[in-house]
Design a protein around this ligand. Structure first.
Ligand code: TXA
Ligand code: MG
Length: 329
C-alpha cells in the first residue's frame, strides 16, 4: 500500500485495474475502474460486501451524464446542474459502459460528481468513471480521514490518496430518478429542502416492497458499541438503561444542561448540524477505541444535515442479528 498525494500514481493504479482510496467531500471512497469487471469485483472482496449491493460511479463532470446513463429525465438534469459537483447521487437507468458488477445486475446506476479537489483531479486524470463505495469494511463506520481507511482496509488498497479530513462527514444524498416520482433513498450531504426546492415538490419516500439499498438497511454505519439513539428529552432515562461503560453523544450545549450519573462520559458534538455531521464518524470511532460498551446519542432536529445525522444514528443502533436485518455495507 502506498499513501500520498500523487495523482498520476493513483490514476495509474486505476488504469492498471488496482484500487485507490480517495477523499471526497463526504467520506473516503474505495475506487476502481467502473468499466473493469475484475477491478470492481475486487472492491466487493476487499470490503466484504455482498455482490448484489450496487456501487456509486463517480464522474469528473456532469457533462458525462449521458455517457453512463440513458433516458435521463429533466429532473435529474436540474439536480445535477444545481448540486454537482457535490454530495448528491442520482439513480438513473444505466448505460452500457458500466460493468454490470457495479450495479449488482440492476438496470439502474448511481452517479455522482464529487467536489473534493483531489477526487476531481483523480477523476480528470483517470478519464473514466470510478466505482467507489465508502472505504470501510461492510457494516462499519464510513472513513472520514486517510487514517480511518488504513485502519479498516490497510494493505488491501493499492494507493491511499490523503486529502485530510472530509468537510461534510456523512455520505451523499441519494435520489432515485429511475421511477415515476423522485424518491429520497438516503438523506445525506445535500439537505432535503434544497432538493425539494429545485424539484418544486416533495421527495417521495421509498416503497417498502422494493429491494432496499444497503445504506438504508436497519443496521448499518455501526460501531462496535451498542448505540441507543433517542430524543434529547429521553437521554437520561436511556443512560440509566445503558450497559457497561456508557458515553453520551450530544451537542455540547445540550450536554451542559444535563447532570450525568457518575462514571458516564460526555462526548460532545458541535452544536450546529453541519459541524455535528463532520465530527460524527470520527467521534464514534474514538468511542469504540476507548472501549465504551454503550453510546447514548441525542437525535438532532430534522433540518439541514440533521436528517442525515439522525438517520445514521438510528441505523448505527439498528437491530442486529435478525434474519434479513443483519446486512452491513
Ligand atoms: O458519499 C457517498 O455517497 C460515498 C462517497 C465515497 O461517494 N459513497 C458511498 O457509497 O456512500 P456506498 O457504497 O457506501 O453507498 C452507496 C449507496 C448504497 O446504499 C447503495 O445501495 C446505493 O448507494 N446505490 C448505489 N447504486 C444504486 C442503485 N442503482 N439503486 C439503488 N441504490 C443504489
Ligand atoms: Mg458505505
Amino acid at each position: 500500500m502506498r499513501r500520498g498525494t500523487d495523482i498520476e500514481a493513483a490514476a495509474g493504479v486505476l488504469r492498471a485495474g488496482g484500487l485507490v482510496a480517495f477523499p471526497t467531500e463526504t467520506v473516503y471512497g474505495l475506487g476502481a475502474d467502473a468499466a473493469s469487471s475484475s477491478a470492481v469485483t475486487r472492491v466487493f472482496a476487499v470490503k466484504g460486501r455482498p455482490r448484489q449491493h450496487p456501487l456509486i460511479a463517480h464522474l469528473a463532470d456532469g457533462a458525462e451524464l449521458d455517457a453512463w446513463a440513458r433516458d435521463v429525465p429533466a429532473a435529474a438534469r436540474a439536480l445535477a446542474a444545481a448540486f454537482w459537483p457535490g454530495p448528491l447521487t442520482l439513480i438513473l437507468r444505466r448505460g452500457d459502459r458500466i460493468a454490470s458488477e457495479v450495479t449488482g445486475g440492476a438496470d439502474t446506476v448511481g452517479l455522482r460528481v464529487p467536489a473534493h479537489p483531489l477526487a476531481q483531479a483523480l477523476l480528470a486524470g483517470f478519464g473514466g468513471a470510478v466505482a467507489a463505495p465508502s472505504a470501510n469494511r461492510f457494516g462499519h463506520i464510513s472513513p472520514t480521514t486517510a487514517d480511518h481507511v488504513v485502519a479498516d482496509l490497510g494493505d488491501e488498497v493499492d494507493y491511499v490518496l490523503d486529502g485530510g479530513p472530509c468537510v461534510i462527514g456523512v455520505e451523499s444524498t441519494i435520489v432515485d430518478l429511475s421511477g415515476a416520482a423522485p424518491t429520497l433513498l438516503r438523506p445525506g450531504g445535500v439537505p432535503r429542502a434544497a432538493i425539494e426546492q429545485v424539484l418544486a415538490g416533495p421527495l417521495a419516500a421509498p416503497v417498502s416492497t422494493s429491494a432496499p439499498a444497503p445504506g438504508t438497511l436497519p443496521s448499518h454505519y455501526a460501531p462496535r458499541a451498542r448505540v441507543i439513539a433517542v430524543e434529547p428529552s429521553e437521554l437520561l432515562a436511556a443512560v440509566r438503561d445503558g450497559i457497561g461503560r456508557v458515553a453520551v453523544l450530544a451537542p455540547a450545549r445540550l450536554l451542559a444542561t444535563l447532570e450525568l450519573p457518575a462514571g458516564v462520559i460526555a462526548a460532545p458534538l458541535p452544536d450546529d448540524d453541519a459541524g455535528a455531521a463532520r465530527a460524527l464518524y470520527g467521534l464514534l470511532r474514538d468511542l469504540d477505541h476507548a472501549g465504551f460498551d454503550t453510546v447514548v446519542a441525542a437525535l438532532p432536529a430534522m433540518h439541514g444535515l440533521g436528517e442525515a445525522v439522525a438517520d445514521r444514528l438510528r441505523r448505527a443502533g439498528g437491530p442486529r442479528g435478525k434474519p434479513g436485518n443483519n446486512h452491513h455495507e
